[in-house]
Design a binder for this molecule. Sequence first.
Ligand code: ADP
Ligand code: MG
Length: 255
Amino acid sequence: MDLCLSDVSHRYGELEVLRGIDLTIEAGQIVCVIGPSGCGKSTLLRLLGGLERPTSGAVLQIGAPPPDCLNPLTYVFQDFALLPWRTAAGNVALALEDQPVGRAERREIVADVLARTKLSEFAEVLPRQLSGGMKQRVAIARALAVRPACLLLDEPLSALDSQTRELLLDDLLELWLRERFTACYVTHNLNEAVRLGHRVVVLSRLPGEIREIVEIDLPLEERKDALASLQVQQGRLWELMREEAMAADRELADV
Ligand code: ADP
Ligand code: MG
């Protein structure tokens, strides 16, 4: 299933947030979206996920979701959003509670997704016993449990320290190599974008328009061993972003 924004614009009252966005998230690809703070990245993700309806334009799901898909679109948020009184397995199971799966199948799916995300030994652990990185792994497992057509990740690594971020980047890369999931990955971190994205969408400052879509032409299979060449790509992205970030930074609040 491809996910598509067709000439999408969005306003919150008087505030024009996104303008004329045309974007397709193709099945099996990771599309990263970068842009200065407040430019509409989270809004774009909410529109993709149907949490918000666009003021104009259309959000389309083209083609069928995977045959065993229980929920086509799932989110991963910066703040993990785990229930503190539930174990890792309990938090993952939460995603399956409104789904037409029996108890036995639910247990099977949870065990399977915990194994795929290398969390099996943490199944019975409570969130407060887990590091930030592990909490986010649980949130990713929960998002994958419903076998989504597309994962929507909103700055998933932004609350983590830089070493943990590196470890999770490697994990996500390995997971993609094994499972070829589809994702729209919002970040303000250019390094994350060049490490994970097949394509990187650069948004302008408010109202967010697509400034450019940059193909990162190194296959994901080769990314881990090509950090130097990715730095060059990151430099190119920063050239595109610098002007927008600077202008956004100097903008006066409208009060
Ligand atoms: P980003 O994720 O890029 O930081 P957002 O999509 O969260 O940007 O927000 C874009 C703009 O829209 C910001 O100015 C923000 O204050 C505003 N905004 C976001 N959500 C709402 C809302 N529900 N109601 C009104 N304004 C909002
Ligand atoms: Mg945001």
